[in-house]
Design a binder for this molecule. Sequence first.
Ligand SMILES: [Zn+2]
Length: 414
Amino acid sequence: MLTKNTACRDCGSSKLTLFLDLSDQPPANAFLTKEALADGHETRYPLKAYVCEDCQLVQLIDVVDLDTLFQDYVYLTAGAGPTTPKHFTEYAESIAKRFALGKNSFVVEIGSNDGLLLSAFQKCDVKKVLGVDPAKNVAKIANDRGTPTLAEPWGEAVAKRIAKEHGKADLIIGNNVVAHINDHQDLVRAVKALLAPKGAFVFEAPYLVDMFENLSFDTIYHEHLSCLAVRPLKRLFESHGLQVFDVRGKSVQGNSMRMFVGWPDAHEVHLRVPGFVNKEEGMNLNIVPSYHNLARRAERRVKETTDLLAKLKKEGKRIAGYGAPAKGNTLLNYAKIGPETLEYLTEELPTKIGKFSPGMHIPVVHVDVARKDPPDYLLVLAWNYLEKILEREDALRKRGTKFIVPIGEYLRVL
Ligand SMILES: [Zn+2]
């Protein structure tokens, strides 16, 4: 169930420094049913963030078995949040345009989930698409909807088989998946086995810079095995003879980045690539003490937040959590915020409603519960949707409910 890496997954160095120990936690998406809660068995695993002294990849080295985490994965992209579908349509359209993808192109998605992004490519006239996802339940949903999907983990063997059966891919795409993969060497070998000579491997991932700018340490959870930055990835791809030819900053799920990788000289290298590297070095992300500073800031923020919540409780205020995202559980478990503080967490995903949050066991209810009987304060756990939430819950705010935002440059009460 749990293995421990002894070397950096990007550069192979054994010089890994622990900088943030978020304590033992259950997997952040392992919401419990009433029965499971009564059963009392809940496995916790170390959640410790390390930085590689040689390439500065931020990573977990305690790796929980993917099957445990993904067999019945509850994150379905279609219902994940208010911005997802539009984001996928625009994403597919822009990529299809940039790489002139059409009816003769072959697009493969790693970690294709319920097939929503690939279906957006199908709407862009790409006839041949194939998803690869280890979660059997979501792969089935994709297949049922008409997006062919293999229910397997990504790797060199499956990539070689796809290349043999379907030919090389013009586009390999991965949306929030590279950070989930433990074996980055195998990931890159698999990309090489399947990528057409003029093809592109494009992926989006949460960006380390955001963790420094917004103190979003809660994006560390067992599924996110790495927190990616341009410098370490560039070194990884170059060590395999591939080239990073573009990077974009994105702001969809908090701040993420989109990286473009191809064969050397197949694409013109954009100036943004050295630009991102310079930015990371300018922020001192290439030296280890910066990571210890980040951990101290996270510790201070957690204390500030729990102090505020304790004060409000003492004043008799009613508090609940807004959203039940995986990252919220990192914060709640690390800060030890439980049902004695938060009456419930709101959610709209039917797969989570009626369950209890992993570790702290806070009941998850439909957001209408808060709308019908407004609490005094809502702790915003789904902070990446803050603007949308404030807009949508304007009526709640007008009735006096305040929103506490624990993640961001400062602790905010709105
Ligand atoms: Zn390294």
